[in-house]
Design a protein around this ligand. Structure first.
Ligand SMILES: [Zn+2]
Length: 363
């Protein structure tokens, strides 16, 4: 993080605290308190990447969450949102990708404190044991979770969900079979592998441009209770509860605190708030009828085009900076997407059965 953006955000955070508190009390009275969903990737103390957080920082964040919010499961958070009235500051914890190091300290910490969480895994990497493409592009090869680790988490009470089969940008897939494998086959495979119903799907990269209408249709018809994006935003009562918006948890501690106390002033000052932008996607979730072009504008780009004070601009720059790792991941995955599109005619779905059969025989 650039030092001046960090400094500006710190100043802005301090100055805006009384106003945030005032708006929060107002939201409590009107039943319009938003719910927060944080997502993490890799909790480890070595080979730091932009999507890695140290064990010490993760523990500090969890302690802060325990004091400031009510930690709930995605199911409970969604149930509260669908009631269109929420007076509690709810927060759910999720993980994306599925890194083995998470099982060393982060997951035991959550289990020990009985904190619910949802763990989204890339099914293909769990089965093959191969490192993620976006890590290999950085010259790193952290191990993905093994099937045994996923089963251990599920047995201990964690909610498991798919993050696609191959961690590709679903918005770039032009083959319906490949899309089916990423959204539907990954759900069926996980359900049989961990022996629990699969309720939620987290889109790789998670920006509107990575969430095509066809994938949303598939998710609904496959029986998912909800889908998770990754471009930020609070979940307000009255929003379509099928679409769950999430914020990065694995950034600086200051940004984590900044997001934990909703920046109401920023939402109110924006001509077209992030809430409205995410409602566009929520509308799409409901109707499944808009074009890819309509949802191809990232929220951060739209925010950057607005008139803003320096402090607001700093927070926008921060949003954009922190979207870069995901953008880099998307760029890194591009060749893989091409391969999948090209290979989909060779009976993609039929490839799934033997690989699952192999793991079933291993027990
Ligand atoms: Zn991911």
């Amino acid at each position: 993080m650039c030092w001046w953006t960090y400094l500006l955000l710190g100043v802005y955070y301090r100055i805006s605290l009384p106003l945030r508190w005032w708006f929060f009390r107002k939201a409590v009275r009107s039943g319009r308190v938003p719910a927060i969903i944080l997502f993490y990737h890799r909790v480890a103390d070595d080979c730091a990447t932009p999507w890695t957080i140290s064990n010490r920082m993760f523990r500090r964040q969890v302690q802060g969450l325990c004091r400031r919010v009510e930690l709930v499961s995605l199911n409970e958070l969604q149930r509260q949102l669908s009631e269109r009235n929420n007076r509690r500051l709810l927060c759910a914890i999720t993980f994306d990708d599925g890194y083995a190091e998470n099982c060393q300290q982060a997951i035991p910490l959550l289990l020990e404190r009985r904190i619910p969480f949802t763990y989204f895994v890339t099914v293909g990497n769990i089965l093959s044991g191969k490192p993620f493409e976006h890590d290999l592009k950085c010259g790193l090869s952290p191990r993905p979770n093994s099937l045994e680790e996923i089963r251990w988490m599920a047995a201990a009470g964690a909610q498991i969900g798919p993050h696609g089969w191959n961690h590709v940008d679903l918005g770039s897939l032009r083959c319906s079979k490949a899309l089916h494998r990423e959204v539907v086959a990954s759900k069926e495979a996980l359900a049989s592998l961990v022996g629990q119903p699969i309720d939620y799907f987290a889109f790789p990269y998670g920006y509107p441009r990575n969430i095509p209408p066809e994938a949303i249709r598939l998710a609904k018809s496959a029986g998912y209770r909800g889908i998770c994006s990754a471009y930020g935003g609070y979940n307000f009562p009255g929003d379509d509860p099928f679409h769950l918006k999430r914020y990065h948890g694995d950034h600086s501690f200051l940004l984590y605190r900044h997001r934990l106390r909703p920046d109401w002033l920023k939402l109110c000052r924006s001509n077209r708030s992030s809430v409205e932008e995410t409602k566009e996607l929520a509308g799409l979730v409901g109707e499944c009828a808009r074009t890819n072009a309509l949802i191809s504008i990232p929220a951060t780009e739209a925010l950057a085009s607005r008139p803003a004070t320096e402090a607001f601009a700093a927070t926008t720059v921060l949003d954009k900076e922190f979207s870069d790792p995901e953008t880099a991941e998307a760029a890194a995955a591009t060749p893989q997407k091409g391969n999948i599109n090209a290979a989909c005619d060779s009976l993609v779905l039929e490839e799934t059965a033997p690989s699952l059969a192999g793991f079933a025989s291993r027990g």
